[in-house]
Design a protein around this ligand. Sequence first.
Ligand code: DLL
Length: 434
Amino acid sequence: MNTKYWEEEIEIASREKLQNLQLERLKKTVAIAAHSPFYKKVFEENRITPDSIRTLEDLKKIPFTTKAQMRDNYPYGLVSGELKNAVRLHSSSGTTGNPTVIFHSQHDLDSWANLVARCLYMVGLRNTDVFQNSSGYGMFTGGLGFQYGAERLGALTVPAAAGNSKRQIKFITDFGTTALHAIPSYAIRLAEVFQEEGIDPQNTSLTTLVIGAEPHTDEQRKKIEKMLGVKAYNSFGMSEMNGPGVAFECTEQNGMHFWEDCFFVEIIDPDTEEPVPAGEIGELVLTTLDRDMMPLLRYRTRDLTRIIPGECPCGRTHIRIDRIKGRSDDMFIIKGVNIFPMQVEKILVQFPELGSNYLITLTTRDNQDEMVVEVELSDLSTDNYIQLENLRKDITRQLKDEILITPKLKLVKKGSLPQSEGKAVRLRDLRDNK
Ligand code: DLL
């Protein structure tokens, strides 16, 4: 097979056809969800029966599902299918307390693998490619999610797993890896190790990079592309919606196609909970349409994005979302100003004298909130004090223009900030009132 699409009929389906499919699947999904103790209660309390859903609009009769509810009903409260048919579980990353756990049937895993294969095919991967996965394997869905997807595509997979950059580079060179999956902060780290090892990534067979699982700016993507000599495609997903394979950039690199045959997308104002006007930024709310072990209805993701209006030249009809601006729970308020770590990153990445690792710390000093930004210098920086001081002032000024307050900026030595194995930690809030 060497056509442009993995599943042409679905990928370029007309809106009408897509919506018909969504409605058919939504009805089925709601009927399945009614078997879980959690949704059974929600439906009873709101007088909803599966018959209440006659149109896609009717979905709005169902209340939102939150992460807190998933935690409160841990571990089995949202399971709708018979447990004997469950074959795997994954749980979400980080945080304290109960994790959110998702259970999958074989059907769910097949559907997920197909979606990931669809994404990889979309960015040009074929069964002749060698796909290396530098994700952690285990509960994190970036490992097994891409593994099964790339196998479904028929690529030769290298399940390198996280860390050990020298070994990653050896695999890339020895096996002729053509496509790599990495989280953006790790892609940068790997590019640095290439430099340290004196190997030019341009001389390897690597041409495609898939980056996602954490927010990053377009500037960061361009930097990664340049450092590794690849095209880098943004990949969005979350454990609650399987994992990777939810939305993915096509070769136009202008927004991520959201697979609407498998997910119903709403974008709401997080405060009023009303839909935002077309094209405006709001919180992504998602409903699974092709899962039978543990469907989720109107799940509040906390991720902020917008739908990109207009058609995509690639011909796919599934809507595109903009890169994630941040999570509503990542946003911090300091001196009355709302700030996302991504706004800081957008400025820092423009200075070649800076490396990619940075950390924002919020503290209280003399009853005042203080914002400290520590950023590592790159090999291109000087050790001339006056030049460094000028650089610091210049960056501080630009940060002030972007975030409206003046942070305390510390330029630190390369390698001195903590380097996380998984997703990068960009914010520490140590304020007294926290
Ligand atoms: O990060 C799933 C994944 C694995 C996606 C590999 C892509 C690649 P979680 O650990 O549950 O799942 O974290 C999900 O990560 O709600 C977003 O806040 C963030 N996120 C995921 N992809 C992107 C992206 C996986 N491309 C949470 N850009 C989500 C920005 C992202 N943020």
